[in-house]
Design a protein around this ligand. Structure first.
Ligand SMILES: [Fe+2]
Length: 297
């Protein structure tokens, strides 16, 4: 249960949480932009301390278009505090990950927000959280983050400047596309094509300070900042249940390669499929063995 003495920082509609959580993107307002913790000056000091922790930061340029391949964009050419000092001299994007491991005030904030969101979403219902992180994005004006999806549930909040956030409901991604990602056992940034995507699933959020959005797991998105520098904050998490769905999809990738049209996660064979993918090698052999046993039933 969240602490009733703490004023909620996210203004989430209980009905919307019930109807749309982790299925359809939706917007909300918040008070996070009022926190000194998330001011540019505080984040600049934090970025200087981040330099030795290379896995926890990422600096990239702007993508020329939303459909650009994610890792084809220039990156790694500046330290995070250097890019932050040059935001008005080029198009830079700085990501500081796992804030809670670098400052206890960010851990407290993550705990508070997570408790609020989980309570309103109806609780974890027996699932166990296996990864839970907060991050901040500091970007130049007119910078584009190209189209991709991430295997995590996200509550995203605009702190400063404007962002045009284009996010599609997860149903816009086909099972074979999801399977190609999960078979590689990756934990972030799944590159998929924007061209040809069904735009009836697209939601566009014009974000300014005090507005945010909920992004379901595997919901593809691309983002463009407004004319001036932008600061955004997000909390994300994965559960053991969603990881198991990823392993089921990895198994389905191999089954599809064997000529089967497999059922997506949410069916009776999930447990045996996910378990067969626990050992990464030889996954293809495991899928073949599984296929023979499923056919024998
Ligand atoms: Fe993303």
């Amino acid at each position: 249960m969240s602490n009733p003495r703490v004023t909620p920082l996210l203004h989430l509609d209980a009905e919307r949480m019930k109807s749309s959580f982790d299925r359809v993107p939706f917007g909300y307002s918040h008070d996070l932009h009022r926190l000194d913790l998330l001011s540019f000056d505080n984040l600049l000091k934090l970025a200087e301390r981040y330099v030795p922790s290379t896995p926890d930061w990422f600096v990239a340029g702007s993508a020329p278009t939303p459909g650009t391949k994610f890792y084809s964009v220039d990156h790694g050419y500046l330290a995070p505090h250097e890019a932050m000092a040059r935001l008005d001299q080029g198009a830079h994007r700085v990501l500081l990950k796992r804030l809670e491991n670098h400052d206890s005030a960010f851990r407290d904030l993550l705990d508070q927000l997570f408790d609020q969101v989980i309570e309103l979403s109806g609780g974890l219902r027996g699932a166990k959280v296996v990864r839970r992180e907060s991050a901040v994005f500091i970007s130049s004006g007119a910078a584009i983050t190209p189209f991709h999806f991430d295997p995590e549930i996200n509550f995203f909040a605009q702190i400063e400047g404007e962002k045009h956030y284009h996010v599609y409901a997860p149903v816009a991604v086909s099972e074979p596309e999801l399977e190609r990602f999960f078979v590689r056992g990756m934990v972030d940034i799944a590159q998929i094509d924007l061209a040809g995507r069904d735009r009836s699933h697209e939601h566009v959020f014009p974000l300014v300070a005090g507005l945010g959005l909920h992004q379901p797991q595997n919901a593809p998105h691309w983002v463009e900042t407004g004319a001036t520098r932008s600061i955004s904050y997000s909390i994300v998490w994965e559960t053991d249940r969603s990881r198991a769905a990823g392993r089921t999809r990895a198994c389905n990738h191999y089954l599809r390669g064997l000529g089967v049209n497999p059922q997506p996660p949410g069916h009776a064979a999930d447990g045996v499929k996910a378990a067969s993918m626990r050992a990464v090698t030889p996954a293809r052999m495991a899928a073949g063995k599984l296929l023979r046993s499923l056919r024998a039933r």
